[in-house]
Structures are given as C-alpha cells and as structure tokens.
Design a protein around this ligand. Structure first.
Ligand SMILES: Nc1nc(=O)c2c([nH]1)NC[C@@H]1CN(c3ccc(C(=O)N[C@@H](CCC(=O)O)C(=O)O)cc3)CN21
Ligand SMILES: CC(C)C(=O)C(=O)O
Length: 286
C-alpha cells in the first residue's frame, strides 16, 4: 500500500498522541528522494540553502526565484512527505497583495503544500491573511536567521524573562493567527518546553532541546555534507557523506592519473577496419 501523505491535520494529531514529527531540509531531487525513502515526515526547503548550497554568508541573498527552483526539484521527488517552502527575506513584509502574490508563486510553481515565515506577533496579521487565503503557514521564532544582523549573531534566544515572555506571546499569536506548526530555533530548553505545553499546534525544534513535538535539522549538518558553518552544539551527525564523497573523488582522480580508469572493461567496440583509407590509412596499390 502507498504510504499515506503527511498533512497538517496528521501533524496536529501526532502532537496530541505524543508521536514526534521528523523534519529535514532538502534542496534538490536526490536528497529529497533519499529523505522520503528514509521515512521522514516533513521536508523543509529552507532558505538555509543560501549557506549550504550557495556558499553565502547568510540566508538574506536568497531570492524567491531561487526558492521556487529548489522547491520544484524537491516536490518532483516525493510523494508522502509534506513539503514546506521557505519565504525568503523581505518577500512577506510589503503589501499584503505583494505577499500573497509571492506565496502564490512559491506554491503554484514550487508545488509545496505550505510556506514558512520567520517572525512572531509582528507578522501575525500576515500569517492570518495567508491562512484566510487557504495557505498552511509554518511559523518560525527564536533565532530567525533573516534577522541575524538585527539580532547581532546566531545566539540562543529567550535567556531573560522579558525575552522568554515575548517569545511565548509570539508563539500564541502565531497559533491564534492560524499557523499549523511553529519552528523554535535556538530557544532554551525550558522555554521550548513551556511553549510546547501551552500550544495545541506542534512545535518543531532546532537547537531547542528535547521537549518539542518535532525536530528539524539541516541536511548538510546531520550528514556532514561539507556544511560550511563551524560545528554546532545542537547538531548530531548521523553520517559523514562529506568524507565519503571526498574519498571517492580522490580515488577517481588517482585512477585517471595512473590510467587505471577507464580500462577495456568500460570501453565500447565496433567491428570496423580502421586501418583502411576511409580513416586516412594507405589504400592498396599506392
Ligand atoms: N548549515 C546550517 N545549519 C543551520 O542550522 C542553519 C544554517 N546553516 N543557516 C541558517 C541558520 C543559521 N543557523 C545557525 C547558525 C549558527 C548557530 C550557532 O553558531 N550556534 C551556536 C550557539 C551560540 C550561542 O551559544 O548563543 C552553537 O554552538 O550551536 C546556530 C544556528 C541555523 N540555520
Ligand atoms: C533551519 C531551518 C529551520 C530553516 O529555517 C532553514 O533551513 O532555512
């Protein structure tokens, strides 16, 4: 039987039943295909692709067209996982009209089933309008990388009462606005637990401790795929495909240099006489 597709309703039920939600980022066809085969519930086409795929210093330069390009490749690859596309920097802060156009492009062209937006109470009106337009919205609070230059660095969030209280209010405002889930990024364990308890929609943690309803990690971090950012405390590496790829390529280079590859084993043949005049050889009688 075909695996049942993940949905926002199933995710909410998973929270109620205490079943954790597994989320991974992916940015192209093969990685998304492997993620589905591995049984992941949700795939986030994150704008972290700016860092791990494009080699940028932050997620800010990522454009809507680039998000659409990557989201298309991911949605082409999968059936069961619920695919969420990230709204890039400044594509949901202008007029509501422009925001809805941008969401429309990501969903219609990228074929994702939902979008993610960074921000709390200050974007609740945008979340509400999007939800009213029929768009499932995933919230994202705590460390919001699109605001890294305002925050001043990739820092743990919610360490003071004032900050923690504000983040709890943000989470509630997003739930009230109709978000179907909220990413908690780099929020303290205690705050993540409290937010998770007080919401009926699932929390998806990254660097947010073990109390969230689900977990998300960046593909390149959990598989050690040449992730350019320094080692992060909240990451657990489950494979080292960077090493595997480098070792494989180095062996290939060595084989080419020593003429160990290709060999006759990899060659194709045709039964032709290439010593004759057709190929510039000497013909008889000359
Ligand atoms: N490869 C990658 N993984 C990510 O998780 C990720 C990205 N890129 N790019 C977009 C954002 C940026 N993220 C980051 C980047 C750095 C830290 C970091 O340096 N964290 C420190 C904690 C700092 C503190 O103690 O305040 C750490 O040691 O984990 C955290 C999240 C998460 N996202
Ligand atoms: C790290 C996750 C939550 C994200 O926002 C991204 O991949 O862009």
């Amino acid at each position: 039987m075909e695996p049942k597709s993940m949905s926002t309703i199933r995710m909410k039920k998973m929270k109620a039943d205490g079943v954790p939600i597994s989320v991974i980022t992916a940015y192209d066809y093969p990685s998304a295909k492997l993620a589905e085969e591995a049984g992941v519930d949700v795939i986030l086409v994150g704008d972290s692709l700016g860092n791990v795929v494009q080699g940028q210093q932050s997620t800010l330069p990522v454009t809507l067209d680039e998000m659409i390009y990557h989201t298309k490749m991911v949605t082409r690859a999968v059936t069961a996982p619920f695919v969420v596309g990230d709204m890039p920097f400044m594509t949901y802060h202008g007029s509501l009209d422009q925001t809805l156009r941008n969401i429309g492009r990501l969903m219609r062209e990228g074929l994702c089933k939902a979008v993610k937006m960074e921000g709390g109470a200050e974007i609740a009106h945008t979340v509400e309008a999007s939800v009213q337009a029929g768009v499932p919205v995933m919230g994202h609070i705590g460390l919001t990388p699109q605001s890294v230059y305002q925050i001043g660095g990739y820092r743990v969030q919610g360490k003071t009462n004032e900050q923690a209280r504000k983040l709890l209010d943000d989470a509630k405002a997003l739930e009230q606005a109709g978000a179907f889930a909220i990413v908690l990024e780099l929020t303290t364990d205690e705050l993540s637990e409290q937010i998770t308890k007080q919401l009926s929609i699932p929390t998806i943690g990254i660097g947010a401790g073990p109390h969230c309803d689900g977990q998300v990690l960046v593909f390149h971090d959990l598989l050690q795929y040449a992730s350019p950012v320094f080692p992060k405390k909240f990451v657990k590496a489950y494979a080292n495909i960077g090493d595997a790829i480098r070792t494989g390529i180095a062996a290939y280079v060595k084989d080419v240099k020593t003429r160990s590859f290709p060999t006759q084993e990899h060659a194709f043949h045709a039964d032709l006489d290439m010593s004759g005049p057709l190929y510039g050889g000497k013909s008889e009688g000359q």
